[in-house]
Ligand binder design. Sequence first.
Ligand code: ARG
Length: 399
Amino acid sequence: MKIVVEFSSPNVAKKFHVGHLRSTIIGNFIANLKEALGHQVTRINYLGDWGMQFGLLGTGFQLFGYEEKLQSLQHLFERLGIYFDEYSGESFYREKSQEVLKLLDSKGLLQKTIKGTAVVDLSGNGDPSSICTVMRSDGTSLYTTRDVAAAIDQMDKYNFDTMIYVTDKGQKKHFQQVFQMLKIMGYDWAERCQHVPFGVVQGMKTRRGDVTFLEDVLNEIRLRMLQNMASIKTTNELENPQETAERVGLAALIIQDFRGLLLSDYQFSWDRVFQSRGDTGVFLQYTHARLHSLEETLGCGYLNNLNTGCLQEPQSISILQHLLRFDEVLFRSSQDLQPRHIVSYLLTLSHLAAVAHKTLQIKDSPPDVAGARLHLFKAVRSVLAHGMKLLGIIPVYRM
Ligand code: ARG
């Protein structure tokens, strides 16, 4: 299936905010998951409202400013391991919006008001709550009109089977209107469009104040994580502590964000993000690094031996049973587009691994037992890494 995921979509002339951060990590997750399940995914960043400025300021300056913003966006996403196949934006659809207005008019759907604006009755029965304004009195288009134009364009370009928009729940009505408009215009594929709404995060503050730039969040995460890590003695041996701090910190942030239903609002807390005990992203990273060091210290000699008959202890059996559920969990998340199934799966896997690590000796066991156990831990690490990557987390090998 061809799937288009539109996410992040900040407004270039305005500041990036927590809603955009959430859209970025959720959209990236959805795109990763769909791709992992074999779909052909296109990732679009639909930049907002810089076109306004385009008209107000000198062209040269504006183009320069735009380029610069785009570059910094690209750079950030690199930092997060996130990329886009297409940067699109509202301004690209100003002319195409005019075509949409003409089309609406030709279908007899456009109504002029006495104020000089134009509206569409989405219900077709005059219900005032479903009247949608599509043109200002000066003839220019609105957000909804541009989204209708953009959807038609994406359909032409990508012939998608599914189009997914990721924004905060405040835009729920907006997308309902866009989809309904496409429908009454006769585009049956409107039902292939889907809005994935998420809740509001309150109180995300950095030491510099409220979060206004994504960079602020990333820098804050890195700083806090570096301080946390300073208490661990292996930190000194890390090749790139800055990078590790950022990856562990990002894992912490993503897990805290993905634990509940995407639609729920929550109160942000740095303490909860970085709490070292319990079900956090730090714990996942720690488990991954620990399992990796197990493979490294014991070497691959043991791995020549694989006799699954040696895995008889209840600890091994529960891990094997849990590993078998991975497919089912991916399927679940892909159905309702909620990452929490994968999150709780990985946390349980890490707990099981911690118990097994304590009780199942490798070093002093007979070679076939040691080999089988090491294989088991390797399988755990590989599934853990795979799951983390789907969530947008880059696993660390040391911390
Ligand atoms: N730029 C918008 C905002 O910051 C989000 C755009 C969402 N996507 C869309 N196709 N309307 O609110």
